[in-house]
Design a binder for this molecule. Structure first.
Ligand SMILES: O=C(O)C(=O)C[C@H](O)[C@H](O)COP(=O)(O)O
Length: 205
């Protein structure tokens, strides 16, 4: 199993986290791990993100990665902060090569056949499908996955606990990503852990 596939198979859902306050990082990560969802995608969308990664990386059992990685500089900053995998909304040859050179597990965003072909050319076979609902939903991914027998996906974007079941039923889908587990603001850790438990209990193929 490749390193990124190991990350994708830790739980049916990778929570996508947008965290403004580094003081919230550890309680949120602890609640998600306790609920059975250990792979955490911390988006580099907030000024606190690198500090959040560093704090979450201290939580036993957490597999912390960085999302919204757009270029090599962000990749290096995320890895220096403690990220063990990276996720991007799209794929450039430069970012793909940088991740491969550094040996960091990478889940690049794809939304069409050309994106997937670029990834396969680079030797990548595990992809985010983004923005999953807006790019055509399950129907689009089923059609897109058909010609690429080696490719597996983590659809992300617009997915909820309720819709995750349909996505996870697609043979090419290994896990899904979504921000629904952790809403913005001061964390309600009991509610986060409860949502993590529901997410961890989703059936995968
Ligand atoms: O920030 C990134 O790197 C992204 O690519 C976008 C996020 O993965 C989605 O915005 C999550 O989607 P929602 O679950 O609909 O909130």
């Amino acid at each position: 199993m490749s390193a990124i596939e190991t990350v994708m198979t830790l739980a049916p859902v990778i929570p996508v986290l947008v965290i403004e306050d580094a003081a919230h990082a550890r309680p949120i990560a602890e609640a998600l791990v306790a609920g059975g969802v250990p792979a955490l995608e911390v988006t580099l969308r907030t000024p606190a993100a690198l500090e959040v990664i560093a704090e979450m990386a201290k939580v036993p059992g957490a597999m912390v990665g960085a999302g919204t990685v757009l270029n090599e500089a962000q990749l290096d900053a995320a890895v220096a902060a403690g990220a063990r995998f990276i996720v991007s909304p799209g794929l450039t040859e430069r970012l793909g090569r940088a991740a491969i050179e550094r040996g960091i597990p990478f889940l690049p965003g794809t939304a069409n056949a050309a994106d997937i072909m670029l990834g396969l050319d680079l030797g990548l076979t595990r992809f985010k499908f983004f923005p999953a609902e807006a790019a055509g939903g399950t129907k689009a991914l089923k059609a897109l996955a058909a010609p690429f027998h080696e490719a597996r996906f983590c659809p992300t974007g617009g997915i909820t606990q309720a819709s995750a079941t349909d996505w996870l039923a697609i043979p090419a889908v290994t896990c899904v990503g979504g921000s629904w587990l952790v809403p913005a603001g001061a964390p309600d850790v009991a509610a986060i852990e409860a949502r993590a438990r529901e997410a961890a209990a989703l059936a995968t193929r």
